[in-house]
Design a protein around this ligand. Structure first.
Ligand code: IMP
Length: 194
């Protein structure tokens, strides 16, 4: 059945976006810079890039295509905790790596560091597996007074403490296919407290 024009408009991917925070072109440019930094960092090594599902998929695929180094990839999924927009602090593994990382150089590829709890947990888990080296690249990091201190070697953009969506990041599973990073209209959700 063909939907009416109004129904199609109601389901546009940018419905509920308050404003664009980082344009698509600016993200592409920054991803190129991060890839160049990583190429320089790894030299003739073959790092294992570990994408944190699901939000980091867009960033991971863009980043690896810009990198000239030989590399391998794997993915991990951890539980998203609390409700849709706040953190409770409890993290657990939903999907583990396929690869053994002992003695290898690994790079965690994260979409966003908010409280830092997810990243801290991942770093603890991976370090216990005796890799040669663990580094972290995050596309976004929120400027947040109460965030915990956590290793983040490379950051794409420091952003204000607002709930963002797009370029892989979701709200209730939506918005991952926006090509830019946007700020969600607070009317779209309830109960988000910074
Ligand atoms: P943290 O453990 O509080 O640092 O949060 C990390 C995870 O929470 C990210 O990998 C995202 O999946 C999710 N997250 C945190 N802030 C946002 C946001 O502003 N938009 C969408 N997802 C977010």
């Amino acid at each position: 059945m063909v939907e009416s024009a109004t129904a199609q408009e109601l389901k546009r991917r940018d419905r509920g976006v308050q404003r664009v925070l980082i344009e698509e072109g600016a993200i592409q440019q920054r991803v190129r810079e991060l890839a160049a930094d990583l190429d320089a960092l790894y030299g003739d090594e073959t790092p294992l890039l570990i994408g944190v599902l699901t939000g980091a998929v867009t960033f991971m695929t863009a980043l690896m295509r810009e990198m000239g180094s030989e590399l391998k990839i794997d993915f991990m999924a951890v539980s998203s905790y609390g409700d849709d927009v706040t953190s409770s602090g409890a993290v657990r593994i939903l999907k583990d790596l396929n690869e053994n990382i002992e003695g290898r150089s690994v790079l965690i590829v994260e979409d966003i560091v908010d409280s830092g709890l997810t990243l801290k947990y991942l770093l603890d888990v991976l370090r216990r597996r005796d890799p040669k080296d663990v580094k972290v690249v995050a596309l976004l990091r929120k400027r947040k007074a109460d965030a915990i201190e956590v290793q983040t070697d490379l950051v794409g953009f420091e952003i204000p403490d607002e709930f963002v969506i797009g370029y892989g990041l979701d709200y209730a599973g939506r918005y991952r296919n926006l090509p830019y990073i946007g700020v969600l209209d607070p009317q779209e959700y309830q109960g988000y407290e910074k």
